[in-house]
Design a binder for this molecule. Structure first.
Ligand code: NI
Length: 175
């Protein structure tokens, strides 16, 4: 187990398009995925993409948000490799996002409300999942890391890029 160093906004690795993974069972990839999960848990993140640990490969790990706040079921952990996302329709919704590569900040970010995502897991099994709401948001945020995007680049209004310590001024229903 290893806790990896997290790249911060401005690091060129976060702006690159990540490479596809040919063999998810390659020992180096197996180890990378384990280290990514350990790093995400250590940093209290909801998700992590390989470029955030300085590896430009198409791997993301994330927790599928549970509807029950007390449910810390580890089976909700998803490992998604070589992902593709298709929006199911054009409905957009906004919510606050944070990112381990953009510490201490939050932004009010538009995302597709409903998506279909495809890819493979760490064993090479096909993944094809419909997601809505926070689940869809997490997947879009993490997969954006594989295309060189951080959430501030998806924002429409940078007035709503704020420090966590100032969030008290931004908690109205519309954000
Ligand atoms: Ni992020």
């Amino acid at each position: 187990m290893a806790i990896l160093k997290i790249a911060k906004m401005g690091n060129p690795v976060l702006s690159k398009v990540a490479k596809k993974v040919n063999d998810p069972q390659n020992p180096e990839i197996v180890r990378l995925i384990q280290d990514m999960v350990d790093t995400m848990i250590d940093a209290n993140g909801l998700g992590l993409a390989a470029p955030q640990v300085h590896v430009s490969k198409q791997i993301v790990v994330f927790y599928i948000p549970s509807h029950n706040e007390n449910d810390e079921n580890e089976e909700l952990l998803t490992i998604l490799i070589n992902p593709l996302i298709e929006p199911i329709n054009n409905d957009i919704f906004y919510d606050w996002e944070g990112c381990l590569s953009v510490p201490d900040l939050r932004g009010w970010v538009p995302r597709y409300k409903s998506i279909l995502y495809k890819g493979i897991d760490h064993l090479g099994n096909k993944i094809e999942t419909k997601a809505e709401g926070l689940h869809a948001r997490v997947v879009q945020h993490e997969c954006d890391h594989l295309y060189g995007y951080l959430y501030p680049q998806r924002m429409k209004n940078l007035d709503k890029l704020v420090f966590n310590s100032e969030m008290k001024y931004h908690l109205s229903p519309e954000g």
